[in-house]
Design a binder for this molecule. Structure first.
Ligand code: FE2
Ligand code: FE2
Length: 193
C-alpha cells in the first residue's frame, strides 16, 4: 500500500528552522524593538531628572535605584537586538533627546512633578508589558520571564513616585495626561518606525 504523503509541518511550527535556529517572528521582533526603545527612553528620563535633582543625596539615591533597573532592562534588549537580528527603531536619537528633556523639564518643575512624570510613564509601561504578556501566552518563556520581572520593577517605580508626593504636584492631572499621552505615542511609533 502506498504511503500517504505527509505534508510538511513547517506551517505549524514556525519557531525553529531545520538547523535548530529560531525563526524570526515579526510579532516578537516588534516587541523587542519597542521594548528596547522604551527602556532606552526610560533611562534617559531618569538621567534628565538626575541632572536637575541629583545634588540632593536623598533624591540621588532614589533616582539611581530606578536608573539602575532601567539599565538592567535596557541591557537585556541591547543583547536581544543582535542575538535575534532585530532592527532597532530609527527613532532612538529622538528618544535620546526627548527622554532626557522630559525628565529634566519635569524635574525643573519640582520634585513632585518629577515623581508625577514617573507615575505616568511607569503606568503606561506597565500596561504595555501586561499587553505583551497576554499576547505572548506560553510562547517565548525566557522573554516572558524577563518582561514579567521588568514589569514588576516598573510597578515598583510607579509606587516610589506615589510614595514621594506625585499626586501633590501642581497640575498633577494635566501633567499626568500629557506625559502618558507622549509615552503612548512614543510606544506606537517605536513599534512601527
Ligand atoms: Fe524599565
Ligand atoms: Fe521603570
Amino acid at each position: 500500500m502506498a504511503k500517504a504523503k505527509v505534508k510538511s509541518s513547517a506551517k505549524k511550527k514556525p519557531a525553529a528552522t531545520a538547523s535548530g535556529r529560531r525563526k524570526k517572528s515579526p510579532r516578537v521582533e516588534r516587541m523587542i524593538r519597542v521594548d528596547h526603545a522604551g527602556e532606552y527612553g526610560a533611562k534617559r528620563i531618569y538621567q534628565g531628572q538626575m541632572k536637575v535633582l541629583g545634588k540632593n543625596p536623598r533624591l540621588k539615591k532614589l533616582l539611581q535605584e530606578m536608573m539602575d533597573h532601567e539599565q538592567e532592562h535596557l541591557q537585556y534588549f541591547e543583547n536581544a537586538i543582535p542575538a535575534r537580528r532585530v532592527r532597532p527603531t530609527a527613532l532612538l536619537p529622538l528618544w535620546h533627546v526627548g527622554g532626557f528633556a522630559m525628565g529634566a523639564i519635569t524635574a525643573v518643575m519640582g520634585e513632585k512633578a518629577a515623581m508625577a512624570c514617573t507615575v505616568a510613564v511607569e503606568e503606561v509601561i506597565e500596561q504595555h508589558y501586561q499587553k505583551q504578556l497576554l499576547e505572548l501566552g506560553a510562547d517565548e518563556p525566557a522573554l516572558r520571564r524577563a518582561i514579567e520581572k521588568f514589569c514588576a520593577d516598573e510597578v515598583h517605580h510607579r509606587d516610589i513616585g506615589l510614595d514621594h508626593g506625585a499626586k501633590q504636584a501642581p497640575g498633577y492631572e494635566l501633567l499626568y495626561k500629557i506625559v502618558s499621552n507622549i509615552t503612548r505615542r512614543a510606544i506606537w511609533l517605536s513599534e512601527r518606525v
